[in-house]
Design a protein around this ligand. Structure first.
Ligand SMILES: NC(=O)c1ccc[n+]([C@@H]2O[C@H](COP(=O)([O-])OP(=O)(O)OC[C@H]3O[C@@H](n4cnc5c(N)ncnc54)[C@H](O)[C@@H]3O)[C@@H](O)[C@H]2O)c1
Length: 383
């Protein structure tokens, strides 16, 4: 088999997402499996070209994984003779300028969400990429998780009948950083640094709802900063200026109501860190990251409200697990493979920068809704 080497400039690989999910679990995992077969006897071999701010960290990381290409200059990375793709997992505010530079250099673009901090910026990136004729994609990893793939399978198979509603619960306790260190970066809690629950999670909820249930038509959001002061990575206390919880109500096409709570100030009483319950006329499902359980109309119990008596049945035990019936790979890696194949062969790829802009649109409208205390329509986006 012949090998096609494709240089992938990777920015933000010293961060949580850039390192673990994108470099190790995706690009290096593709190399460990022998590359990505393209179906024509060729194997695509992604060659990371690491770029970042700290030479010390980049060298250490490159040495740890036997990688040879790294630099602290974005221009130098983009000018590397192997470079074909630019990938961005930097902090959100650094993204737009870097993506513009990479598009101007003629590179194919793959990026973490949110693709920009404003809808205007996100749309402009999509337009620039289209005008430059480069392939482009935004990370929409939740669509490739086993639990949500099973949920999509149920929707596609008509399990629900008419879908009525979706209720999502996302979140966990993020420590304040004083007596136990915080498990998320401090910039997440500062609006001026691109933090905030809505900007972080509404892009995910947009593609999950659009892609699995039905297109989002309106949004109402209530936000809170439940923990007003936190302690950062270097032990300094700071004011949390961003929302750390968002309570959203979304109207979807077809009259479906979706309601999603997102919070970093909640203690988990769920099977998974995110769960979506979908209720339909024929059946219901609860999908998490890995698992999905169902209750069909025919096996639905008939509880009777009587607060004088203890609950007479175990409701959680009345659900049935959806079998895997498949092998599920890491969701980030699956989407990387689809994107790299798209670049190499021109195969179809749906999750582009326009789709990414829809996530930014929902975040922007969600923040506006919270500020103004009213429901806002989500207009169709075109380039
Ligand atoms: N798809 C997902 O599920 C998911 C999950 C978490 C985060 N994200 C996104 O990934 C991006 C990175 O998030 P993270 O949690 O990995 O953050 P992080 O703080 O762990 O990493 C940020 C990276 O950006 C770099 N960086 C560049 N300019 C910087 C600057 N001015 N200040 C600080 N760091 C700078 C850092 O060196 C680091 O490599 C964000 O845009 C976030 O929205 C996506």
């Amino acid at each position: 088999m012949s090998r096609k080497v494709m240089g992938v400039v990777m920015n933000g690989v010293t961060g949580r997402m850039g390192y673990r999910q994108h470099l190790v679990r995706s690009i290096l995992a593709i190399r460990e499996q022998g590359g990505l077969p393209l179906g024509d006897g060729t194997v695509l071999w992604p060659e990371p070209i690491l770029v970042g701010r700290s030479a010390v960290k980049l060298k250490e990381l490159a040495d740890r994984h036997g990688l040879t290409h790294w630099t602290t200059s974005l221009d130098e990375a983009l000018a590397h003779p192997l470079a074909e793709v630019y990938f961005d997992a930097q902090v959100t505010p650094a993204r737009e300028a870097a993506l513009r530079t990479a598009i101007a250099a003629g590179k194919h673009i793959y990026t973490e969400k949110p693709t920009a901090e404003s809808l205007a910026g996100a749309l402009e990136l999509a337009r620039l990429a289209r005008a430059a004729g480069v392939c482009n994609g935004a990370v929409q990893d939740k669509l490739f998780l086993p639990g949500l793939l099973k949920l999509k399978r149920l929707v596609d198979g008509g399990f629900f009948g008419r879908i009525l509603s979706v209720r999502g619960e996302f979140g966990y306790w993020v420590f304040e950083g004083d007596w136990q260190s915080a498990q998320r970066p401090s910039w997440n809690y500062r609006a001026e640094d691109g933090g905030g629950m809505i900007l972080d999670m509404f892009p995910h909820w947009r593609y999950v709802l659009d892609g699995i249930i039905a297109p989002v038509r309106s949004v109402y959001a209530h936000t809170a900063t439940h923990i007003p002061a936190r302690v950062d990575e270097s032990g300094r206390s700071y004011q949390a200026t961003a929302d750390d919880a968002a309570y959203g109500v979304f109207e979807l096409a077809g009259g479906i109501t979706a309601q999603i709570n997102s919070s970093w100030a909640v203690r988990v009483d769920r099977d998974e860190l995110v769960e979506f319950q979908v209720d339909g006329t024929e059946g219901s499902a609860v999908a998490g990251l890995r698992n999905c359980r169902i209750q069909h109309r025919a096996s639905t119990p008939k509880p009777v409200w009587n607060p004088d008596l203890p609950a007479g049945e175990s409701f959680r035990s009345q659900w049935q697990q959806v079998p895997d019936n498949d092998e599920f790979d890491n969701g980030f890696k699956v989407q990387w493979e689809l994107f790299l194949r798209h670049v190499a062969t021109g195969s179809a790829y749906h999750w582009d920068l326009l789709e990414g802009a829809k996530g930014v649109q929902l975040a922007e409208l969600g923040l506006q809704s919270a500020r103004e205390g009213r429901r806002l329509d989500v207009p169709e986006l075109t380039l």
